[in-house]
Design a protein around this ligand. Structure first.
Ligand code: ADP
Length: 864
C-alpha cells in the first residue's frame, strides 16, 4: 500500500505506527497541525471542526499558534495527543522535511500550567491484579502526580475497595494490563481515560527491575513494599509506561510511599458528595464546599495538600494531635502566624516548578520563580525554627536552603526573561565572558550599520537613503526612484521595489556576516548556559521537593490556625474512647455563608447546637421536626466536625471531644441517578444497603430521611427496621433525621435510641423555626404549616388540614397499633444472618375512609 502513498504520507504512517495507538497524531504542515484518517474524524468531532477530504483522505487542521487551547480541550476529554513537529526549516530540507514526535500529551501526565488546576493534584494510576478476580482479589495500585513527583502505592482487596479508592483519587488516567479483560470491564466507566498497556511490564519480576533501575537501589526494602507484589507490578508498569510509551523524563520521582486504606477514614463516593467535601453538590461556588470554606492556604502546595487531607482523614490519635498541636501553637502566637503566612505567600508553586525544570520542560521564567521562592527559605526556616511542636520541628528539618543555586540563578538569568528559549534574551551581562564578547560584536556591528546610513547620505547626497534589514536579504541600502541616478557604481543591485531599488555592498555583507554569526552563536550559547543552570536546579530536585512539601504542610496548619482565629474554632480533644460530645457546634460551611450573604442577614445568625453520641446510652439520635427546621444542617454539621477533627483541624464549636470513627456514612436527601437508570428510591435503598452491609460499631452514620421515596407505610416500616437493625446489630453511632414523628416511639423500646427534635414555635397557625435541637420527639410533622409558608393557596391549606385531622385519627392510628404492639408483633432480631433481619411492622392495607372517598370524588372545590 505504501507504494501508492506520497513520501509525506509514508512519513505520516511511519510516525503513526510509533506512537501509542490511542493517541491522536497532530502532524505539523507549515503553519498548521493536520490530522488524517480516523484521527481527523475523532478530532473534528471533539473540537467541532470541519472534516475535509483530499484524494479520499479525511483530514482536518488547526493553526499551530492556537494549538494549546485545542489540545487542552482534547486532554480534558480524556484523550491523548502526539505532537509531531518539523525538525528543520522548510528551505533547509533536501526532499521531504524531517518530522518527528516531540511530545505525547496525556490527561494524567500533562505538565504545563495551562492544562492543570493549581489547587488540585493530577493523578495517573496504574492497577495490577495478578490473580483472577474474586470478591477478595488483591489489587495493586500505584498513583503518581507527575507534576509534583508524589508517588504512592497500596494494595486493596476486592473490586469495591478498588473502585472506592479510585473515586477518592479521581485520576485523570488509568493504565491496566491489556490482557486483563475482567479488570478492564470493571473500569469501563473511565472510557478513553483507561489505557491498556503491555501486560508483561506488570509482571512482578519486570516491574521490580524497572523500579530498582529507576530508584538506583539494590532492593525495595527501603520503601517498605518488598512483599507487595501486586503493587510493585502496578508501580513498575507505571514508570515503564511513562518512560517508554510517553517518552517522559521522570528523574524527579525520587521515592514512593506505601499506604494502607485503613490508615484513613473510609469515605465512600456518596458520602464525599453528600457532605460536599471538595465540591458543592449544586452550586458552582467553591466556598459552598468544606474545602473552599476552610481554605486559608496561601501556596499552591498548601491548597493541594489541604484537599488531600480532607479526602484522607486520619485514624490514629498521635498523627491527628501532632497536626492540631502545631495549629494550636500558631494560634497562641498570632504575630508568628501572620508573618509565616505573609512569607509563605511569596513562595510560588515550587513543587510544579521543580518538576518542570527536572523534566526539561521548564523555561527561564520557572528559574526566576524558583529563585524568588528560594530567597524566602532562610526567613521561613528561621520562623518555623521558633515552633516547638514535634511535627513542626520535623517540618523545620525538611526545609533546606539553597544559597548557591539562588545566587547562580540571580547571576545568570535576567529578571524578566521571555518565554521562548531559543531566541536569546535569557542571560545577564557579566555572567559569561564569551557571551558578552558576542553581544559586544553584535552591538558594535549594529552601531557600524547605523553610522553607515549617515556616511552614505553624506557621500551620495541622497537624503532619503536608508540602511535596512529584513530576514530574506539581511542588510541592504534602499534608494528611492528619483535618486537612483546618484547611486554609486559599486552598489550591487539586489531587488527592485515599487518605490525604488535595494542594493548591497561587499563591506555591508561582511559586517552582516559578523553580526548574524555573532547573533546566532550568542543565542545558541544562551540556550546552552540556560540549560546548564536548569540542570543545576534539577540536581537539587529531591531536596527542593522535600522543602516544598514541608512548606505545604505548614501552610495547611497555618490555615487551620487562621480559620480558627477568625471563625472562633476550638481544638477538639481526639481520643479513641468512643464518645462524641460537641458543645455549641456550628456548621463550618453554612455559618460563614450566613455571616456574609445578604440573603441571610438580619435572621439572627447561625444557632449553635450540642451533640452527645456514645456506645451506652446515646447510640442513635432520632431527630424529628418539620421540614426546613434544620435537621439536615445539624446532622451534616456533626459529620463535618468529626471529619475536621480527624483531619487535624480545629472545629466550629465551644468545645468538642471526638472519639475516633473508622468511617462516616451518609444517606442524605433524594438524588436521582437517572444516567444509571436508577430511581430516587432505588438510589436511596442502595445507599442504605451499603451502610448496613459495611458499617461497624466504630462508624458514624448520618441518615437524612429513609423511605421518603415510597408510600408512607412502606417508608415508616423501612425506616423503623433500619433503625432497629443499627441498634441491635451494628451499634454504629447514628444521627437519624426524619419527618416521620411516628418513629419517636422507638425510644421507649430501644435503650440506646434517644429522641430529639428541632424546636419550633406555633403562633397564629404559623410556625417559627428556632433551629434549636432539644430532647424529646416532635408530635407532628408540621407539613401543612410549611406548605403554607411556601405560599400554597389558603383553600388548599384548609382542605389539607381537614384531611389530616381525619387521617390522623383513623388510618394512621392503625400504624401506631402495629408499631407499639410490643415484641410479639415485632420479633427481636436473632444473630443468624438471613432470618435475623428484624421484621418490619407488617403493612396493613389502607382501608378507604369516608373522608378519602370524599376527597377523591370531590377534590378541593368540595370544601368543608
Ligand atoms: P430540614 O433538614 O429540617 O428540612 P435544613 O437543615 O435543610 O432543614 O435547614 C433549612 C434551612 O434552615 C437551612 O437552609 C438554613 O438556612 C437554616 N438553618 C438550619 N440550621 C440552622 C441553624 N442552626 N442556625 C440558623 N439557620 C439554620
Amino acid at each position: 500500500m505504501s507504494d501508492t502513498l506520497t513520501p509525506m504520507m509514508q512519513q505520516y504512517q511511519r510516525i503513526k505506527r510509533e506512537i501509542p495507538p490511542d493517541a491522536l497524531l497532530f502532524f505539523r504542515l507549515g503553519d498548521f497541525y493536520e490530522m488524517f484518517f480516523e484521527d481527523a474524524r475523532v478530532t473534528a468531532q471533539l473540537l467541532n471542526l470541519t472534516l475535509t477530504q483530499r484524494n479520499g483522505t479525511p483530514m482536518c487542521g488547526i493553526p499551530h499558534h492556537a494549538a494549546e487551547g485545542y489540545i487542552a480541550r482534547i486532554i480534558r476529554a480524556g484523550r491523548k495527543v502526539a505532537i509531531c513537529d518539523q525538525l528543520e526549516e522548510a528551505g533547509a530540507a533536501k526532499g521531504i522535511i524531517r518530522r518527528d514526535v516531540t511530545q505525547i500529551l496525556s490527561p494524567g501526565t500533562v505538565m504545563a500550567d495551562c492544562y492543570l488546576a493549581a489547587h488540585q493534584n493530577n493523578f495517573i494510576v496504574s492497577i495490577h491484579c495478578p490473580t483472577p478476580t474474586t470478591a477478595q482479589t488483591k489489587f495493586g495500585m500505584a498513583c503518581l502526580d507527575i507534576t509534583t513527583g508524589d508517588f504512592r502505592i497500596t494494595e486493596l482487596s476486592g473490586a469495591n475497595d478498588l473502585l472506592e479508592e479510585l473515586k477518592r483519587l479521581a485520576p485523570s488516567e488509568i493504565i491496566v494490563p491489556a490482557d486483563n479483560s475482567e479488570l478492564i470491564s470493571h473500569l469501563a466507566e473511565y472510557g478513553p481515560r483507561l489505557t491498556r498497556h503491555e501486560s508483561w511490564v506488570f509482571e512482578q519480576e519486570t516491574a521490580f527491575f524497572t523500579l530498582r533501575d529507576h530508584f538506583k537501589t539494590q532492593s525495595l526494602d527501603g520503601f517498605g513494599c518488598q512483599t507487595m507484589d501486586a503493587a510493585i507490578g502496578a508501580a513498575g508498569a507505571l514508570l515503564h509506561y511513562l518512560q517508554h510509551q510517553l517518552r517522559r523524563q521522570i528523574s524527579h520521582v525520587h521515592s514512593l510511599q506505601v499506604y494502607q486504606k485503613d490508615d484513613f477514614m473510609t469515605l465512600d463516593l456518596a458520602t464525599r458528595r453528600n457532605l460536599e467535601l471538595l465540591e458543592p453538590l449544586h452550586s458552582s461556588e467553591r466556598g459552598a464546599a468544606l474545602a473552599g470554606s476552610i481554605d486559608r492556604t496561601v501556596t499552591a502546595m498548601g491548597a493541594r495538600m489541604l484537599r488531600d487531607w480532607i479526602s484522607h482523614p486520619l485514624r490514629a490519635v498521635p498523627q491527628i494531635t501532632a497536626r492540631s498541636q502545631v495549629a494550636a501553637e500558631l494560634l497562641e502566637n498570632t504575630d508568628l502566624l501572620t508573618e509565616l503566612r505573609e512569607k509563605l505567600r511569596e513562595v510560588k508553586d515550587l513543587e510544579r516548578i521543580i518538576s518542570r525544570l527536572s523534566t526539561s520542560s521548564g523555561n527561564a521564567r520557572d528559574l526566576i520563580g524558583l529563585k524568588l521562592s528560594l530567597q524566602y527559605l532562610p526567613v521561613l526556616r528561621q520562623l518555623v525554627g521558633t515552633l516547638h511542636s514535634p511535627f513542626a520541628v520535623r517540618q523545620h528539618s525538611n526545609i533546606h536552603e539553597f544559597p548557591d543555586l539562588t545566587g547562580l540563578i540571580q547571576r545568570a538569568i535576567v529578571d524578566d526573561p521571555p518565554l521562548a528559549l531559543k531566541e536569546g534574551g535569557l542571560i545577564k551581562q557579566g555572567y559569561d565572558s564569551t557571551l558578552d564578547e558576542l553581544h559586544a560584536a553584535m552591538h558594535s556591528g549594529k552601531e557600524w550599520v547605523a553610522q553607515l546610513q549617515q556616511q552614505e547620505i553624506e557621500r551620495t547626497g541622497i537624503k532619503s537613503l536608508k540602511v535596512r534589514f529584513n530576514s530574506v536579504f539581511g542588510y541592504y541600502i534602499e534608494i528611492t526612484k528619483s535618486n537612483l541616478a546618484q547611486a554609486p557604481s559599486h552598489y550591487v543591485r539586489k531587488q527592485t521595489i515599487a518605490t525604488g531599488e535595494r542594493f548591497i555592498t561587499p563591506e555591508l555583507k561582511e559586517m552582516e556576516n559578523k553580526i548574524l554569526g555573532a547573533e546566532e552563536r550568542a543565542t545558541r550559547l544562551e540556550y546552552e548556559l540556560f540549560q546548564r543552570v536548569r540542570e543545576e536546579a534539577a540536581r537539587h530536585s529531591a531536596v527542593i521537593q522535600e522543602t516544598a512539601r514541608a512548606l505545604g504542610t505548614l501552610d495547611v496548619l497555618a490555615s487551620f490556625a487562621e480559620v480558627a482565629r477568625h471563625q472562633n474554632y476550638v481544638r477538639p480533644q481526639v481520643d479513641d474512647k468512643g464518645l462524641i460530645e460537641i458543645i455549641d457546634g456550628r456548621h463550618p460551611v453554612l455559618e460563614p455563608i450566613m455571616q456574609t450573604d445578604p440573603r441571610h442577614m438580619g435572621k439572627g445568625g447561625f444557632v449553635p447546637n450540642d451533640t452527645c453520641l456514645d456506645a451506652e446510652q446515646n447510640q442513635i439520635i432520632l431527630i424529628t421536626g418539620p421540614n426546613m427546621a434544620g435537621k439536615s444542617t445539624y446532622i451534616r454539621q456533626v459529620a463535618l466536625i468529626v471529619l475536621m477533627a480527624q483531619v487535624g483541624s480545629f472545629v466550629p464549636a465551644k468545645s468538642a471531644r471526638i472519639g475516633l470513627v473508622d468511617r462516616i456514612f451518609t444517606r442524605v436527601g433524594a438524588s436521582d441517578d437517572l444516567t444509571r437508570g436508577q430511581s430516587t428510591f432505588m438510589v436511596e435503598m442502595n445507599e442504605t444497603a451499603n451502610i448496613l452491609n459495611n458499617a461497624t460499631e466504630k462508624s458514624l452514620i448520618i441518615l437524612d430521611e429513609i423511605g421518603r421515596g415510597t408510600s408512607t407505610y412502606d417508608g415508616i416500616s423501612i425506616a423503623w427496621a433500619v433503625a432497629e437493625y443499627l441498634h441491635e446489630r451494628i451499634r454504629a453511632k447514628t444521627l437519624f433525621a426524619t419527618h416521620y414523628h411516628e418513629l419517636t416511639s422507638m425510644a421507649q423500646r430501644f435503650s440506646r435510641i434517644k429522641n430529639f427534635n428541632v424546636a419550633v414555635r406555633e403562633w397564629n397557625e404559623q410556625i417559627i423555626f428556632l433551629r434549636k435541637i432539644q430532647p424529646g420527639g416532635a408530635d407532628k410533622s408540621y407539613g401543612i404549616q410549611v406548605a403554607r409558608l411556601a405560599g400554597l393557596p389558603h383553600e388548599v391549606i384548609n382542605r389539607a388540614r381537614h384531611m389530616l385531622s381525619h387521617l390522623e385519627t383513623s388510618a394512621l392510628a392503625e400504624w401506631s397499633a402495629v408499631a407499639e404492639g410490643g415484641p410479639s408483633q415485632t420479633p427481636r432480631p436473632s444473630l443468624k444472618k438471613d432470618k435475623s433481619a428484624p421484621a418490619a411492622p407488617r403493612r396493613k392495607p389502607v382501608k378507604p375512609t369516608a373522608q378519602m372517598v370524599l376527597f377523591a370524588a370531590n377534590p378541593i372545590a368540595g370544601g368543608e
